[in-house]
Design a protein around this ligand. Structure first.
Ligand SMILES: O=C(O)C(=O)C[C@]1(C(=O)O)C=C[C@@H](O)C=C1
Length: 377
């Protein structure tokens, strides 16, 4: 469908007429479409405000947030998309619209591993849009604490990277934390070499987070074999340090370069083209099913023959597929293990309930860490 100059949707696009139209006519059409889009966005915001009121008198913005509904809206956007814009582009635009609609109540406060310019901050915007109040925090532990103490509504923490594997410190926090996982974000990670001058020949020292050094190992060996590698607490901290020296550079995301005023020497420089980090959204409660969910469990088992088999078999029996399993020492005694298990589905679904009932006799404890929408686009 196309939009006429008054913005109303009309007949299908006439490609031949468009190809021969002059610039002024095309811009007039775009002006009409913009008027229409703007009117619809304002109308949508009014509806969203009424939806907020229909939820009753709630205490804070966090009570209005509905991840399962947002996920359904975004899946429909992807299903409807016939181009020319990609799914990721349309998801981003609609995410921003919902973010702005929700912020009419009050912006959500989201804790993340700071400082400004980290990939964690990018994950915040990717998941919640830009109409939120980001709280840069000093450590993953602090992100958990701020959400638990209600200083933040939600938190975002990295949990695994496709090149580097699991971030153990995040998993270990769940052993004792009461928090719930209420979402996941997948972010393609691009690393760049950034410096004040932008010249590779000036560089004698490179700052970065150990994970980022590992992701760019081959590139560094080939292009900067003699530079000293200095590990620091985050890529943004690396960029902050590189800002103060002529002979130093940082490996960081592009946004850190913008925040700290650095030039790009080279990039992207990650060794693997599919370098992706998965982040978890931390909240204080479980949300209903979106219809396309994942459940994360923490299962404590004793070191007995067959214990793990008994814990996993019920999922197979009920046709639930497991996407990940990770074992950690359980912190409760020697040779007692905690298994982090991700299963397709939601705890409210009958098959998942039945599987959990069947495995219960074989586990010392089962903690449902969260049932949340699978990451979109
Ligand atoms: O449907 C709702 O519950 C709304 O509050 C509306 C809306 C939206 O803009 O679509 C806004 C915020 C929620 O997180 C989910 C969706």
């Amino acid at each position: 469908m196309n939009a006429g100059t008054d913005g109303a949707t009309s007949s299908p696009l006439d490609e031949a007429a468009l190809a021969s139209a002059d610039l002024a006519t095309l811009r007039e059409r775009i002006d009409g479409i913009d008027r229409h889009i703007q009117q619809l966005i304002s109308e949508r915001a009014q509806y969203a405000a009424h939806v907020g009121r229909a939820k009753g008198p709630l205490a804070a913005a966090v009570d209005y947030y509905r991840p399962e509904r947002e996920s359904q809206v975004l899946r429909r956007v992807v299903d409807r998309n016939d181009g020319p814009l990609g799914d990721d582009v349309l998801v981003r635009l609609f995410r921003e619209i919902m973010s702005a609609c929700l912020a009419q109540q009050e912006p959500l406060k989201i804790g993340f591993l700071g400082p400004e310019g980290t990939h964690s901050q990018q994950a915040v915007f990717r998941h919640f849009g830009h109409s939120v109040h980001g709280l840069p925090l000093a450590s993953i532990e602090e992100v958990f604490q701020e959400v638990a103490s209600r200083s933040a509504d939600f938190g975002i923490v990295p949990v695994e990277n496709s090149t580097q594997g699991t971030i153990q410190s995040t998993l270990d926090m769940f052993l004792t934390s009461p928090l719930k996982i209420c979402g996941e974000v997948e972010l393609r990670i691009h690393q760049h070499l950034l410096s004040r001058s932008g010249r590779i020949e000036d560089i004698e020292r490179v700052y970065s987070h150990p994970q980022s050094f590992a992701q760019c190992k081959a590139w560094l060996r080939e292009h900067l074999p003699r530079a000293e590698a200095v590990p620091v607490s985050s890529n943004a901290e690396a960029a902050r340090r590189a800002r103060n020296a002529d002979d130093a550079a940082a490996i960081a995301g592009e946004s850190a370069g913008t925040v700290y005023g650095l030039k790009r020497v080279a990039g992207p420089i990650e060794d693997r083209p599919d370098n992706t980090t998965r982040f978890l959204v931390l909240g204080r409660e479980l949300f209903p099913s979106s219809g396309h969910d994942r459940t994360s469990l923490l299962v404590f088992v004793n070191d007995q023959p067959g214990a793990l088999h008994h814990v996993l078999a019920p999922f197979a029996r009920h046709g639930l597929s497991m996407s990940r399993i990770e074992s950690r020492p359980g912190h409760t005694g020697r040779w007692q293990y905690a298994f982090f298990i991700d299963i397709a589905g939601h705890v409210d679904e009958p098959a998942m309930r039945a599987a959990l009932d069947e495995l219960a006799p074989y586990a010392r404890e089962v903690k449902v860490l969260g049932s949340y929408p699978v990451a979109i686009a």
